[in-house]
Design a protein around this ligand. Structure first.
Ligand code: 5GP
Ligand code: ZN
Length: 113
């Protein structure tokens, strides 16, 4: 999608610090980290939000979780981590391209507030 921030990051039109990449997934460091380790993991297809996942695109979700496990091993996140997807206005989503936050290297409160 031409005017989508994360599509531009995937294409390299906007610079990012890559954490992981494969045919389905791109992951990069968040520009405003909420934890000492904060990556954003996105599908390489424009899916607007978690509300738009269906039988035609859900393969991206499993590929993202495969990427989570690989990143966690590579980054030595054995103490744990959190994966969060914000969806829509009340969910706090600010970029309209499905993405998963991978947060780690501090104790993460629950419930998140
Ligand atoms: P959301 O608020 O939609 O759940 O998450 C969007 C995330 O994208 C935020 O954590 C925000 O800091 C991050 N973000 C927004 N613009 C950029 C950018 O240009 N580069 C990077 N690396 N992260 C960004
Ligand atoms: Zn997009």
């Amino acid at each position: 999608m031409d005017d989508c921030l994360f599509c531009k990051i995937i294409k390299g039109e906007i610079p990012s610090t890559k954490v992981y990449e494969d045919d389905f997934v791109y992951a990069f460091l968040d520009i405003a980290p909420q934890a000492p380790f904060h990556a954003v993991i996105v599908p390489k297809a424009h899916i607007a939000s978690a509300a738009e996942i269906d039988e035609n695109n859900s393969v991206y979700v499993s590929k993202i979780y495969e990427a989570v496990a690989k990143i966690a091993k590579k980054e030595n996140l054995e103490k744990g981590f959190r994966v969060v997807t914000n969806c829509g206005e009340d969910g706090g989503q600010t970029v309209g391209h499905l993405h998963f936050h991978l947060l780690a290297r501090r104790y993460l409160q629950w419930p998140p507030g």
